[in-house]
Ligand binder design. Structure first.
Ligand SMILES: C[S@@+](CC[C@H](N)C(=O)[O-])C[C@H]1O[C@@H](n2cnc3c(N)ncnc32)[C@H](O)[C@@H]1O
Length: 199
């Protein structure tokens, strides 16, 4: 059982972890889901900076939140994702592994207020709307204009958070990060970035 193995050993190969997802979704893991190691690095930073309630903006089948929930049981994770099939898979994992510190919601991030959260994670969620070659499942996606609207909402919500709020981004353009967030560290060829709200 991959989540039990992760709990016991503190680490696991991605190929083994991904067995919790149906085969058709595992195919997306390399490109679209956060690896176990990156998720653990991100969660470590969020934890060190006092996050208790973490929001994953665009959670897909839930890999980031599921790894986070097992790695840091004291933190509560919420994933918001607008693909209903992927949310159903994530919720099935929550039930199967009886996790109590993670939940997934099927919603457009546009309807999510960030006020209930004190730490944030974002793996370039709007790429598919801007680059059709990144499309996961052939679903008709939103327009570039809609994606810009999502970005504006996320930036506005992040702006409202108090000084000291931690944010981790992966493969996310820095133009999508409010200037009030100060870069603390950048790793993995500048793809993984750690931010704190500074003003
Ligand atoms: C690159 S995947 C990241 C998955 C997950 N955060 C992880 O790290 O494993 C980005 C996800 O964001 C979702 N997404 C894109 N725009 C969204 C929106 N406006 N509201 C909710 N989810 C969205 C996509 O459907 C996709 O599943």
């Amino acid at each position: 059982m991959p989540l039990n193995e992760l709990k016991l050993n503190g680490t696991i190969y991605d190929e083994t972890f991904d067995l919790i997802f149906p085969a058709a979704y595992r195919l997306h893991s390399n490109r679209h889901f956060t690896s176990v190691y990156i998720a653990q690095r991100a969660v470590q930073f969020l934890s060190e900076h006092g996050a208790n309630t973490v929001l994953d903006i665009g959670s897909a089948t839930g890999k980031f939140c599921l790894v986070g929930a097992v790695t840091k049981p004291a933190i509560h994770f919420t994933g918001v994702e607008y693909r209903a099939d992927q949310v159903a898979i994530a919720n099935a994992c929550v039930q199967q592994f009886e996790l109590t510190n993670v939940r997934f919601e099927c919603a457009n991030i546009l309807t999510t207020s960030f006020a209930a959260f004190d730490g944030f994670y974002m793996f370039n969620p709007f790429l598919e709307n801007k680059d059709a070659s990144a499309n996961m499942d052939g679903e008709k996606l939103n327009t570039d204009a809609a994606a810009n609207h999502f970005v504006a909402h996320v930036m506005h919500e992040l702006e409202q958070r108090p000084i000291g709020t931690p944010l981790v981004t992966y493969w996310t353009p820095i133009e999508q990060i409010p200037s009030s967030y100060e870069l603390q560290q950048s790793n993995f060829g500048d793809t993984l970035k750690f931010w704190l709200k500074s003003c």
